[in-house]
Design a protein around this ligand. Structure first.
Ligand SMILES: [Zn+2]
Length: 140
């Protein structure tokens, strides 16, 4: 079960809109994401709220990992969209790993429209082999 999140609080994807008027309808399957960027944002929120069902639903069948695990303790602390062009979106996500390390994952994701809905196909990590660069620890 995904973590609960108040509808009227600012959306975790940092769009500046409320959850209810941003990513919540997509996560609740009330409305499909209209653009790759909107899908990217909703998938970031799904990671933050540990909504594995949504991640699977929006992941191309051939690239979706069998052992998808959204509850490994990683915390998602911020999202920035750098570029959204055509079927790709480049973003940075601020993470806090289960071992306490903080880092930023910068990725260029590729999406595809299938049957009228966008799905995530794959991504290229741009900032490090491990996917996370250490950033100076700041206080909680
Ligand atoms: Zn959002």
């Amino acid at each position: 079960m995904p973590l609960p999140y108040p509808a009227l609080k600012p959306c975790p994807c940092q769009s500046g809109r409320s959850f209810a008027s941003c990513c919540q309808p997509a996560l609740n399957a009330e409305r499909v994401a209209q653009t790759p960027e909107a899908l990217m944002r909703s998938r970031y929120v799904a990671y933050a709220l540990q909504d594995e069902a949504y991640l699977r639903r929006t992941w191309a069948a051939e690239t979706c990992p069998d052992d998808l695990e959204a509850t490994d303790g990683t915390r998602y602390q911020g999202l920035r969209i750098h570029r959204a062009e055509g079927d790709t979106v480049e973003f940075s996500a601020k993470l806090k790993l289960p071992d306490g390390r903080r880092g930023t994952l910068r990725e260029r994701s590729t999406f595809e429209q299938r049957g009228g809905e966008w799905v995530y196909v794959d991504g290229v990590v741009l900032n490090s082999q491990a996917g996370v660069t250490d950033t100076p620890a700041d206080k909680d």
